[in-house]
Design a binder for this molecule. Sequence first.
Ligand SMILES: [Zn+2]
Length: 744
Amino acid sequence: MKVLVTLLLLLFPMVFVAQQNTILPHPVVFKSMPGYIELDRSLSMDFSSLSSTIIQQLKTTGAYYHNLQLIDRTNKPLVIFKKLVNVPLDSYSINVNKQIIISYSSPKACYFAFHSLMQLIKSDDKGHLIINNCFVDDYPKYQWRGMHLDVARHFFQLDEIKQFLDVMAAYKFTTFHWHLTDDQGWRIEIKKYPKLTEIGAWRDSTVENHYTTSPRTYKVERYGGFYTQEQIKEIVQYAAQRNITVVPEIEMPGHARAALAAYPNYSCTGIQQEVPGLWGIFDDIFCSKEESILFLQDILSEIIPLFPSKYIHIGGDEAPKTRWKECNQCQAIMKENKLKDEHELQSYFIQRMDKFLVEKGKKLIGWDEILEGGLSPNAAVMSWRGFEGGIEAAKLGHEVVMSPGSHCYFDHYQGKGNEEPLAIGGYTNLEKVFDFNPVSPKMSREEANYVLGGQANLWTEYIPSFNQLTYMAFPRAIALSEALWCTEKTTYDAFEKTLIDSHFPLLKNKGINFSSSILKPSITFKRAVNGINVKLSSKSKEERFTLKEGSDHETEVNFTGSKEIEINRTNNSNQVQYEFVSLETGLQSKLKINNNPCLGVIVNYVTKPSDRYNSGDLTLVDGQFGARPWKGHEWIGFDTSVVIIEIDLLKKQKIDSLQISFLKDENSWIHLPYAIEYKNLKTNLGFGMAQSENFENEKQVLFIGKKVQKFRITIKTLDKIPLRMPGEGTQPWLFIDEISIKNK
Ligand SMILES: [Zn+2]
């Protein structure tokens, strides 16, 4: 045997182990080859065919990754450049084999190629830089690969924005959507209207905790800041050096309170109000009168020369029509222009801006509300309330950027633990972002051509610091880049592995605070024959835990890696407690299971829950009540006015009472139902409960007192949120978790 091994070693002196790709987003083609090149802290390159702009970009990139110095050398350089023709837009290839050949089709492609090359460089055990022989061929799928940043709710310094752009560039983003104005602050100097920043850039207080917390408290402290036009130019140039276009957003006609605090005459009422320290939607918006339109066009006239971007974002979202309905001037404009309602008035308002921008050689882009009342002829649409707005715009032949809340809102939670920082709500984990596809299956091939790409939005109501901003952005932005770049995506597991192995160390090295929530142990629930199966699993197979069971920790078990517990449903209702403690990190995961005859039984959603809040039918009967503050994954959310759910208890048994738990969070458009009906599916007998019976309670109890196996619950909600409430006129959300039985 020993002889054979020796023989084999002689025959194959070098056993080739294929290297894994380390580039993110994943390239279209990656081929590993035997051998490697060892580098010192410099790279010799033949710069002779490159422009000075590109050379500067490559030098910055080399410094960003490995403090690499790039040396111009035409005699036997390590890296040479070649031009590619007749290939897809922004194509490049890299060939590493004794020499490094970068072939590129455009200056942008050359820049992308160099980022990929830098991501291929690894440090070996002795700290030497090496690059394994390989071949890469690559090009992007979508051109608009964007990140948005709201600097109105919280302000970020120039250096912070530059750092943010550095990381965006590393993941081949092309667009930085800079949300410069909102109710809580106006952040860009406008020379003709100095009060916009003198008054509008500052607020006297900021709401604390979640804005749905009751009673609300405020931190009374002057807060704000703004960018001078010189600083704006500095950022635009910094971004351009990284092949990133800055798209400015000036919000209109809504989200205008900061501007109106400075210039109240441009509102409908003319009443002076302060810059608010509260989040949400406000009734006071720009009046649609001629003076207000000219005021905003003056502002755009100063914006346009600052931003080379073809697109100028004018907001257009969340503009209540309350003031316009009561305003004589707005009503006169409607009459004069034969507009049938205030939505058409908004459309008129946006069209005035559209025409103005087109005359200046720009293109208007706005949030999907600009579809209401008729889409302006040249407008592009950024679809945020879902995919529908984008689909509608594409059908009308308008350009679309997809940015749906379900996949692209990075102000949502990304981890399940209580240690996650306070967020606005919703749950958008890394895998969900990875799964994002900006083209909806409801689009034809021709309609899909109108989709420019996608973008993630970082609203900063709950992001007060740069550290928290990068925590919310990364690594989700890297998953987004994967979704927008890759023509054919790899598996999520392959993406996650490359991310953890090669890019977490890179981010750490750059001092970027990022979320490692995906590394934390997870608790998952599965249906078992007589109840549920709870599994705690750690990404690290070596991590050791103690499991404590019962309220007094009656039993304690040590285990490594993962552990499953089976919980059998009981005839009565009682609570069982578990606690997992990691011996490595000391982190605890606590679990309270409300054991009852519903635990793990069959749930049939006759009404399908919204894709946005559907963590599966077991969620309703897993013994866990939905958490507060809610994140999204622990509730089942419906966006229809009638919800039908059927339950099969698997055997006939006596039920004393049935409890259904709902969530009430009207600021987030989540309302309680007004009626519930119960029906035994065998006997077809049942009863109903309506609004009069105290529907202020989140927990509703139905007294049954009979033997039953299968039953149906029909829940009815309003079909429109009442006037003067957040989200007025739209279908409210219904959130349920959980359904349980109480027996005496
Ligand atoms: Zn008005």
